[in-house]
Design a protein around this ligand. Structure first.
Ligand SMILES: Cc1cc2nc3c(=O)[nH]c(=O)nc-3n(C[C@H](O)[C@H](O)[C@H](O)COP(=O)(O)O)c2cc1C
Length: 260
């Protein structure tokens, strides 16, 4: 089978998943690319993919697929097209995220032929707690690109078997989020509205000041990373505790894991 058309489907609040997906796509050198960025759209239209191959990517949240993108992914189904799964994690662990993504997508008619767990700057990284800052780096991206080439080789050999992917059933319990959200430093804020534009769940409003509804916040930190003035920050004691844990236990750079 020749690869002419690649569908890129991803949820990527801080952009690291997108970077890796793009590098894999570059390695595939397909003639046509269709892009479905699920990060902002609340309800993408139903899509049935009947030809080409799909690359589906998500960040890892507490060892699982983020709840915030489940509805968006559920709108996609396929006719057993070859599919590559990608999980981006912040140098702690990816745990059950890839097997969960495999279950979700297989049920919808995607035939998983390859998967990869890559490392991206942790959403909670700060200058004082630089967890996986700079990842995916040049090495990660070159590995992602060659992964793309290897996938092409596999599919062109008409080999469509599903590799064994690390992860457990039942999945680890979900961690309940809610009630914690980034704050705005009014002294630094210029009310430019970027935080509202990049929020995947649309909970930031900018008028005379910035308001954030804390309850539906998914703590993705898209607004924190996008704010050029450094006015947004997530400083809740629980998050500070996670930063300390990550610095102490997850500072040694991990390597991407490929399943082919
Ligand atoms: C709520 C939340 C939970 C996270 N849980 C994990 C985790 O379990 N393991 C890990 O290594 N990184 C974890 N991370 C970090 C993200 O997986 C990582 O920063 C990823 O690169 C973000 O992808 P994106 O840039 O596409 O948004 C978490 C981030 C958030 C916001």
């Amino acid at each position: 089978m020749k690869i002419n058309h690649v569908h890129l489907i991803y949820f990527s609040p801080t952009g690291t998943t997108r970077k890796v997906i793009d590098a894999i796509a570059a390695g595939m050198a397909a003639e046509k690319i269709s892009r479905y960025d699920l990060t902002l759209s609340q309800t993408p239209q139903e899509q049935f993919l009947s030809e080409g191959i799909a690359v589906i990517g998500i960040p890892v949240y507490a060892g699982r697929v983020p709840v915030g993108c489940l509805d968006r992914l559920a709108n996609f189904s396929a006719n057993q097209i070859p599919t590559i799964l990608v999980a981006l994690y912040g140098n702690r662990e990816f745990e059950d995220a890839l097997v969960e993504l495999q279950d979700i997508t297989s049920e919808k008619g995607f035939n998983v032929v390859a998967a990869g767990a890559f490392i991206g700057e942790h959403s909670y990284a700060t200058s004082s707690h630089p967890v996986a800052v700079g990842r995916p780096d040049a090495n990660d991206l070159s590995l992602a690109e060659s992964f793309g080439q290897q996938i092409v080789d596999k599919i062109e050999r008409d080999c469509f078997d599903t590799p064994v992917i690390d992860g457990n059933h039942p999945y680890r319990d979900r961690v309940a989020f809610g009630g914690i959200a980034p704050e705005t430093d009014a002294e630094k804020c210029t009310l430019c509205g970027t935080c509202a534009e990049v929020c995947p769940v649309g909970i930031v409003t900018v008028a005379d000041s910035v308001t954030t509804q804390a309850e539906p916040c998914i703590m993705c930190c898209a607004c924190v990373k996008a704010c050029k003035m450094g006015a947004r920050s997530l400083n809740h004691p629980m998050i500070e505790g996670i930063r300390e844990f990550l610095m102490k236990n997850c500072s040694t750079p991990k390597k991407p894991q490929i399943y082919l």
